[in-house]
Design a protein around this ligand. Sequence first.
Ligand code: 6PG
Length: 478
Amino acid sequence: MTNKQSQQRYEIGMVGLGIMGRNLVLNIADHGFPVAGYDQDPNQVEALRKDSAGRDICGTDNIKDFIALLRPPRAVMMLVPAGAPVDSVIKDVLPHLDKGDLIIDAGNSYFKDTDVRARKLSAKGIHFLGVGVSGGEEGARHGPSIMPGGPKVAYERVRPVFEAAAAKVNGDSCVTWLGPGAAGHFVKMVHNGIEYAVMQLIAETYDLMKRGWGLNDAEMHEAYASWNKGELNGYLVEITSHIFSKQDEKTGKQLIDEILDVAKQKGTGMWTSQSALELQVPIPTINLAVEMRDLSVFAKEREQAGAIYQLSHRRLAGDHDTFLTQLGRALFAAIIITYAQGMALLAVASEQYQYHLDLEAVTRIWRGGCIIRAALLEEICSAFRTRRDLPNLLLDPNLSVKLMEHQEDLRQVVCQAAESGVPAPGLMVSLGYFDAYRSAWLPANLIQAQRDYFGAHTYERIDAKGTFHTEWEKGGES
Ligand code: 6PG
């Protein structure tokens, strides 16, 4: 073999060797694929070299050398922060690529940016895949959920690598080509929106247990651990149970009680809300979760308001076990409602942006590896298997039975929250969405009338087609 041939043998290249990139490189190499890694920072390259013993991995901080290692048509994947860093990587690698090569953005990029990048690169004969990767550091290392979008032919180039590296559920890889353009990044964005909402709902159950019922951390650890054994089984509930048993190395106290009550975000939740508003799809639980992170940041103002409104949280009374069962069932109902909102957004976006999403496939690849993986996803997946064009999960016969069985618990918990003054806006808004969605009649007739009254915006009638206007102040009141 010539030197050139021996060099051009790495199946895929990774740009960005931070912990996520490095873990994904190791994961791919563990499945027998030679992987090349590149990072501008020699320390990151060195960190990869240290971890890669016994594996077919080659790391470098020289971009030219890196590209020279890759098997044509080349597949260059990046795991770098969204925004400018993605454009900067594209700018750096582009001069070294040939027509037919592939760039993969595996970060949490905004889907509209992915569209722009795909168009620009396609004009230069370079393929571009926008790929959502979920599962954090552990997922990257041992099997994430992978959500690829872009040209199908480009996906075929890396399909064996992705299928090997992805998490497995009953032998199925948690990856599949989702659709053209930015389909993958859109799906990942909505995944994160659901993630935000489920995290917020769990946080509210924590608050109700803590300030509503005065439970201690050990009791809350028990509650989440026991919920995780039943219908609420899932990664976020599981890690929550672990969080409540973690001691702070510094103080010896429970770590959770030493953590500031301010939650930040990198933007994917906010983009989900923005997209939903643009597409006019109601996703109130997800929106609320984004807004509660925003509200948490106003810590000083919250303190001032607390001093003005000196309302202590009324302790809830009754049987603990009954309360905990009810709270878990309320959480489960709200999580179903959250998924209903997120999936409804995907259904509309798929139509609007021509992604042709298969929602059964989307939920199938969320069953393992990703942050929102949960037992419930089996049922959600089967709902879309039964009816591929299901517009809203609340219309699914099986899930609707589940929701009917749990909605009273959600209602009771919301009442308890209102009574005690413990904020539970995610649970409340979920119940509100459920009650509104199941209302064949809504008071929107009054809104029509008001709009027509003050702005002559016209209204539609029940008994006739067309639009109508009334001079509301003319004539007498009946
Ligand atoms: C995942 C996570 C991952 C990341 C989020 C956190 O699916 O693995 O969603 O993408 O942890 O970016 O987002 P925030 O910083 O906005 O909470």
